[in-house]
Write a protein that binds this ligand. Structure first.
Ligand code: BGC
Length: 385
C-alpha cells in the first residue's frame, strides 16, 4: 500500500503535476495504468496578454501535455523496454519560443495541411487567393494557420478514457479561405495508452479542409540525436512526386525500386542520401505516400516506427488516404528545444495523416471540398509499444 502511494507520487511528479492534486480514485487509477484526469496550468502569455494554458493528462502508460495555443502537443512521454520514460516529441519549454521559431512542433494544422500551389485554387467557378508563406506557395494554412491560434479547450473523462476537446472557429476569409469553419478536435488517451485524434469540421460556405497533426517524433527522446536508425514501415505502393517547390506533379508513382519503398521495415537513413531527384527536391523525405487502403470509414493500420535502441514503437492507424513523411530536413541547428539541446537535420520525423497536398488544384486526387450541411471527419490513432 505504502509502496503504491510512493510510486503514484513519483509518477505524478515526473508528469509535472502536484501529487496533492490527485484524489484517491485518481491515485488508484494511476497506480494501475498511469491514468490522470486533465490538469490545467498557466503556460505563458502571448504578446497581447492572452493566456496560454497547458493541460497534463495520462493514461495507460502514456503522458502528455497539450497547449491551448495551436493544440500543441508540448510533450508526449512513453516508456522504453525497461520502463524508463522519455519525451518523444520535439518542442519548446516556453510560449515565446513557440511563437518566435516553431516549425509547427506538435501543432494542429489547418485549414489546409501541406501546400497549395501559389496559394490559389478555384471552387465552383470562383478563384481564391490564400496567404502565401512558403516561397510562392501556401503551407499549412498560411501565415497564421490553426497552429498559431488559441483554441478553447474542455477536459473530459469517459469510461476509462481521458481527453480534451479543442475548438476553433476560423472566420470567413481568414487566410483567404472561404466560409466560416467550425473545427473540433478530440484528443483521447485510452486505457491502453493510445493517443487518438478525431477531427470534425463544418462550414457555412463551400471550402477546402485538410486537418492534421504535426508531431516531430524521436522515439529515443527529443534532443537525443538523429532518427536515421529508426525503422519505418509504410503500407503504400505509390507516392506523389513533387516539383522543386514541393508541389505534387499529379502523378502517382510506384515506390518499387526507389528510396520511397517502405513497404518492408527499413531504416530512415538507409536510402536518404541516394541522389534521387525527389530526395534532392525535399533535402530528404518530404512526400505524400498514397496509402494502399485508401479512405476508410474506420482507422486502419498504415505505418510503424521503431527505435531499436530503446524498444519504443509507434503504430499509426488512420481513416485518411495519405501520409506525409517528412524527415526533419529543415531543422538546421539554429535553435534548442524543450530539454535545452540543439535540433539538427534529421533529429526527428513527422508522419502526418492527410488528404494529398494541393488537392484543390488536382482534379484526380481525392476531394478536400467541404460544403454546408456536410461534416468533415478524420481519425488517427497512435499506439505505442
Ligand atoms: C512539410 C515540410 C515543411 C514542414 C514544416 C512538413 O509538413 O512537408 O515541407 O518544411 O512541414 O516544418
Amino acid at each position: 500500500m505504502e509502496m503504491n502511494r510512493r510510486t503514484v507520487i513519483a509518477g505524478a511528479a515526473a508528469a509535472g503535476v502536484a501529487a496533492t492534486a490527485l484524489g484517491g480514485t485518481a491515485q488508484a487509477a494511476q497506480a494501475k495504468g498511469g491514468s490522470q484526469k486533465p490538469v490545467k496550468k498557466l503556460f505563458g502569455k502571448l504578446a497581447d496578454g492572452t493566456s496560454v494554458h497547458s493541460w497534463s493528462l495520462a493514461n495507460g502508460g502514456t503522458r502528455m501535455k497539450v497547449l491551448s495555443y495551436g493544440g500543441i502537443v508540448q510533450s508526449l512521454e512513453i516508456p522504453d523496454r525497461r520502463g524508463r520514460y522519455a519525451n518523444v516529441s520535439l518542442g519548446f519549454a516556453t510560449i515565446e519560443d513557440y511563437v518566435a521559431k516553431s516549425p509547427y512542433f506538435g501543432a494542429l494544422i489547418g485549414r489546409y495541411g501541406n501546400r497549395i500551389d501559389k496559394g490559389r485554387f478555384a471552387l465552383d467557378g470562383k478563384s481564391h487567393q490564400l496567404s502565401v508563406n512558403d516561397g510562392a506557395n501556401s503551407l499549412h494554412g498560411g501565415a497564421q494557420g490553426f497552429d498559431k491560434r488559441v483554441w478553447d479547450v474542455e477536459p473530459f473523462t469517459k469510461g476509462s478514457d481521458v481527453g480534451l476537446y479543442l475548438y476553433y472557429t476560423s472566420v470567413d476569409g481568414e487566410m483567404g479561405y472561404p466560409g466560416t469553419l467550425k473545427a473540433k478536435v478530440t484528443y483521447t488517451l485510452t486505457a491502453h495508452g493510445d493517443w487518438r485524434v478525431d477531427y470534425e469540421a463544418t462550414t457555412d460556405k463551400a471550402t477546402v479542409v485538410n486537418l492534421t497533426s504535426h508531431v516531430y517524433w524521436n522515439l529515443a527522446g527529443e534532443g537525443s540525436g538523429s532518427v536515421y536508425d529508426h525503422e519505418l514501415k509504410i503500407a503504400a505502393s505509390r507516392y506523389t512526386p513533387v516539383d522543386s517547390g514541393l508541389i505534387p506533379t499529379g502523378e502517382l508513382a510506384a515506390v518499387a525500386g526507389t528510396p520511397f519503398d517502405f513497404r518492408r521495415h527499413k531504416t530512415v537513413g538507409e536510402d536518404i542520401r541516394e541522389a534521387h531527384q525527389q530526395l534532392l527536391y525535399g533535402q530528404g523525405f518530404d512526400h505524400n505516400w498514397v496509402l494502399d487502403k485508401g479512405i476508410t470509414a474506420r482507422p486502419e493500420q498504415i505505418a510503424t516506427l521503431e527505435d531499436p535502441s530503446s524498444g519504443r514503437t509507434l503504430r499509426i492507424a488512420t481513416t485518411e488516404p495519405g501520409l506525409q513523411f517528412y524527415s526533419g530536413n529543415f531543422l538546421d541547428g539554429t535553435f534548442a528545444g524543450t530539454g535545452g539541446r540543439i535540433y539538427r537535420q534529421g533529429d526527428a520525423l513527422c508522419l502526418e495523416t492527410q488528404h494529398f497536398p494541393d488537392s484543390p488544384n488536382q482534379p484526380d486526387f481525392p476531394s478536400t471540398v467541404l460544403r454546408p450541411g456536410q461534416v468533415y471527419r478524420s481519425t488517427t490513432v497512435h499506439s505505442f509499444n
